[in-house]
Each structure stands twice: as C-alpha cells, then as structure tokens.
Design a protein around this ligand. Structure first.
Ligand code: PEP
Ligand code: MN
Length: 336
C-alpha cells in the first residue's frame, strides 16, 4: 500500500497516521521526493485501504501488491515525464534519442561528435569517462577531465549529458557537469550507489543488470525513488543468455513488460543489446515499435579506431540514416 500525504502535512497529522498504522500492525517507510511525500506500507494481512483514506493529511491511498511499490504502475497509471530542462521532456509522447561515443577519448573526437549531434538535432549526448571494462589493461576512460571537456563542448550547444558513474565517491565531483547519471549494467545492483543517487536531484538512467531480471531492475529503481529521487529512466541493454552469436540477447519483450509494470520511462540500448554494428539500427527501430520512450546508441567519427566498443558503434552516415528512419517511424506511429 502507498499512502500519498497531503502537501505540507503537519507533524501531528503525520503522527496520527503513524498511530493508526501501528494499531493495524502495518509497517511503513516515510519517503520524501522532489514531488511528494509518501508512506510505503507493508502488512502481513489483507487490509482494507478505505480505513486509511479519510484520515486527515492523507491525499490518496493505493493498494500495490508488487514487491516494488513507488515505481509500480499499480498506483500511478500515467507515465512519468522527466524534464531535463530546456523543454526536453522525457515521456511516451516525445521519444528521445541519446547518442555519443562509448568513451570520451579526445577533444577532437568530441568536437566532431557534438557537430554531428547538432546537425541531427540530437539534444542528449552520451559518453563514458569512467569506464567499466572487463580487462584492466584496456582504456578505462579520461575521468573527470574528460567530463569537463565534454561539458564545455555540449554546453555551447545546449546538449545534455548522460554519463556513467561507477561509485559513490564520484558523484559529487561529477554533479555540475552531468544531466543524467548512468548506472551501468555492472552496477545495476550496487545498492549504495543507488541510495546515493536517490538523494540528488538529477535524473538517473538505470541499466538492466547483465543477468538481471525485470523484477530486479524495478527493485533497483525503487532504491533510487524511495531515497527521494523520482527521476529514474529504465534501460533495456540486453542480458546474458546461452546464445553466443551476438554480445547480449536484446530482450525486446522487456520494453513492453516494463511499460506495463512501471510508470517510469523505458529506453532501449541496442548497441550493447546486440553488440554488432550492422544490427544496431534495425533494433533501435524495433525498440520504438515495441513502445520504448527513446533509444541510446553509440556513434563515433571512425568506429574502427574507437578505444572501446567500436564493433557496435555507428559511423556518422549510419547514424544520420538511423535518425531519418526514426523520424519517419515516429510520424507513422503518431498518425496510426
Ligand atoms: C556503456 O553504456 O558504455 C556501458 C558500459 O553500458 P552497459 O553498462 O550497458 O554495459
Ligand atoms: Mn559501450
């Protein structure tokens, strides 16, 4: 059960609600986000929520049987929109495109990529500076200096930045330069990191774990939300299965199922989802048809020379063509 509290609820009113909940032996967690205050409640027995609805200070009561509560669609039927500023609103009616390199490598590379984004009217750039790599001997990112350089280039064109944060201690120094903190697949269940991102007011792009279930992804989103940050974007990026013909099994089912289970925006990452350049564009389009609120993909001036994930990275020509196809698809979907 979720009890949504009235705006500006007084302390005595809240104490009274707690008193009633205790009477009914209902455990509850107080949550305050940018948007509202809630009590997330758990009871061993069936409980008639009408007993709570009339109490002073209660705005609304919802029965939510899922293990995750605040991210569930069972209490919030409308899709959540996330405003990244300057009119970029993330919701089902404005599917969004995020593109950029796997890793920020150099100023020259980023200049070319930002030019490409501007020409294609892409308003959000991706680019890793703290890179989780399977081998410690490979390129692990330019760190905070790379992020600052990316920020300067993007700021000049009002392009927002998505970049991965790998540990709690990085958040503070990254904060001024980041619009969306990406939690990568390897950190999808790093609960300390999720807690910490729950207490800041920046959007979080939460990727599905390498072997993560949909339920685990939603529980991870619940960590961020219940710590106070409602700005969570879910991301399907493929999972590990027995199949070895491609990097990951891009789980397109997950897009529809996540949209059904949660009110949060859902985006798709076909680059990591399939891991093979030739298939990325088609899977990006398929994701939009499957109901994704946006796509994130990797692009580089010369993918063959990329320091990470070149094999799944589009060149500018491929990216241009994909953008054209996405636009045609969007107008087709809107008019049908
Ligand atoms: C990335 O976005 O470059 C990345 C490392 O993604 P993932 O965490 O999905 O592997
Ligand atoms: Mn990558």
């Amino acid at each position: 059960m979720i009890i949504q509290l009235k705006k500006g609820i007084s302390k005595p009113m809240l104490e009274n609600i707690h008193f009633v909940l205790n009477e009914f032996k209902i455990k509850n967690n107080y949550v305050k986000t940018q948007v509202a205050e809630y009590l997330v409640c758990f009871s061993k027995n069936e409980f008639d929520i009408r007993k709570i609805g009339f109490i002073e200070g209660v705005e609304d009561v919802h029965s939510v049987t899922d293990d995750y509560k605040l991210v569930s669609k069972k209490w919030k039927l409308n899709n959540s929109a996330i405003n990244l500023g300057n009119g970029i609103v993330y919701d089902a009616f404005n599917p969004i495109v995020i593109a950029g390199p796997c890793s920020v490598e150099s100023e020259k590379q980023m200049e070319l990529i930002v030019q490409h984004l501007v020409k294609s009217n892409i308003k959000i750039a991706r680019g890793g500076v703290f890179k989780p790599r399977s081998s410690p001997y490979t390129f692990r990112g330019l760190g905070i200096d790379g992020l600052k350089m990316m920020y300067e280039l993007c700021k000049a064109h009002d392009i927002k930045i998505v970049t991965e944060v790998m540990q709690v201690s990085q958040i503070e120094e990254m904060l001024p330069y980041v619009d969306v903190f990406q939690v990568g697949a390897r950190n999808s269940q790093n609960f300390n990191l999720l807690d910490a991102l729950g207490s800041i007011d920046k959007a979080v792009l939460l990727k599905r774990g390498i072997s993560g279930t949909i339920d685990e992804l939603l529980q991870s989103a619940e960590y961020v939300f219940s710590k106070g940050n409602e700005k969570v974007i879910l991301c399907e990026r493929g999972i590990r299965t027995f199949e070895t013909a491609y990097r990951n099994t891009f789980d397109i089912n997950a897009i529809q199922v996540l949209k059904e289970k949660s009110h949060l925006p859902v985006i798709a990452d076909p680059s990591h989802g399939v891991g093979i350049r030739d298939h990325v564009s088609k899977l990006a389009l398929a994701s939009i048809v499957a109901g994704a609120d946006g796509v994130i993909y990797e692009v580089h001036p010369s993918p063959e020379e990329a320091l990470s994930d070149g094999q799944q990275t589009l060149n500018f020509e491929e990216s241009n063509y994909l953008i054209k196809q996405i636009h045609s698809l969007q107008s087709f979907l809107k008019s049908n």
